[in-house]
Design a protein around this ligand. Structure first.
Ligand code: SD4
Length: 364
């Protein structure tokens, strides 16, 4: 059940130089700039960044080391601004000694139910056929995990994913099978296409747009990571996926390792942006393994973004962002283009922070 939203005072701190905002005014400029950038070499990291040894094929000019973050628990972190009310719901669980697993489930149910959040759950952008199809996964500190993909007409895919984890011997259910399972578990079918989403889809169809894209208008998946007072980690990720995607398309968000990964020995990571890029690099597993090798959360996220930028042609046409939480409570994030932010909640309150980015410019 979703608990009341009572998050504490919110302060916003920016990790991105203000002047970057004037460099790019929109997606068109962004794409022009991207085309002019030599992706596999010569990328200069933006804003202050870290002194990690570069990827073989990437040439980040990283120079400074990030400030160490205070060790803390419990703590919850989420992607994007809608992470603030989601974290607040998770905090209700964590602050009362509840588990990280319960916290992340309760937390992400908030944007799943909010029609104003157009990229998660109810009210999310539909696929090219006008159907809202949802992807979600959840993972605990013992590598237990559950996932659903292409789930229709169920408002809370994260809770179905948890049921897959707890009540079946499987990790992932898709499409009709996932819906049949959800109904058998007592989840109620309902229409998820709001009038607003329907009108937007009709307008998109009218314009005859040929392909779905992740851009500044539609890249707002929620990924949430929590560390509870027992010291246990858990994570959840839920989305309606790429707007107007081909029916049947599955992104990174329900894929363990791509959109979410949790390893109690090390930490957890989640992702947002064009899922195909995270799938190709198994991005969140990569971030966790980089932390295992000794990088801090921000350095690990940076390295994963650099990997994507260096190895995937035209990656700069999309956005990707990673968010990581180390088992000691340390938080880090990094993204390809400016404009990705993340919410953190702990006993000291709630913050929203702009992630440091690799390419110049901010997509507002
Ligand atoms: C996907 N990663 O389906 C998701 C979409 C998203 O922020 O927007 N993430 O590719």
């Amino acid at each position: 059940m979703t608990k009341s939203l009572m998050h504490k005072s919110t302060k916003t701190q920016s990790g991105t130089p203000k002047q970057n905002k004037s460099l790019l005014q929109g997606r068109r400029d962004l794409l022009k700039l991207a085309a002019a950038l030599p992706l596999a070499g010569g990328l200069a990291a933006c804003a202050s960044t870290t002194a990690i040894a570069p990827e073989k094929s990437a040439t980040s000019t990283a120079t400074s080391t990030p400030k160490p973050t205070a060790v803390r628990k419990p703590v919850v972190v989420s992607t994007w601004e809608h992470g603030l009310p989601a974290n607040a719901a998770a905090w209700q669980v964590l602050s009362q000694g509840g588990s990280a697993l319960d916290a992340v489930e309760q937390g992400v149910r908030v944007p799943e139910a909010d029609p104003a959040v157009r990229t998660v759950g109810y009210g999310g952008y539909p696929d090219a056929a006008g159907e809202v199809t949802l992807d979600a996964c959840i993972m605990d500190h013992q590598l237990n995990c559950g996932s659903v993909a292409g789930l229709k007409r169920i408002k809370h895919p994260i809770s179905v994913a948890r049921a897959v984890m707890e009540k079946t011997p499987h990790v992932m259910l898709v499409g009709e099978g996932a819906l049949t399972f959800a109904k058998a578990q007592g989840f109620v079918e309902e229409n998820l296409l709001t009038e607003q989403s329907k009108q937007d889809w009709l307008a998109w169809r009218e314009q005859g747009k040929a392909k779905s894209q992740i851009n500044i208008e539609n890249h707002d998946t929620i990924g949430m990571l929590a560390l509870d007072s027992q010291g246990h980690l858990a994570g959840a990720c839920t989305t309606s996926g790429a707007a107007y995607k081909l029916p049947g398309r599955v992104g990174d968000s329900p894929l363990i390792g791509a959109g979410l990964y949790v390893d109690q020995d090390v930490g957890a990571a989640t992702a947002t942006g064009l899922g195909e890029l995270m799938i190709k690099t198994v991005g969140c597993h990569l971030v966790v393994e980089l932390m295992r090798q000794g990088l801090n959360p921000q350095q690990a996220c940076q390295r994963a973004v650099e990997r994507i930028a260096a190895k995937i042609p035209n990656a700069a046409e999309a956005q990707v962002g990673f968010l990581a939480l180390r088992v000691n409570g340390e938080v880090g994030a990094y993204c390809l283009h400016g404009g990705f932010n993340y919410a953190v909640q702990d006993a000291s309150g709630a913050t929203l922070t702009d992630a440091i980015h690799l390419l110049p410019g901010v997509v507002a």
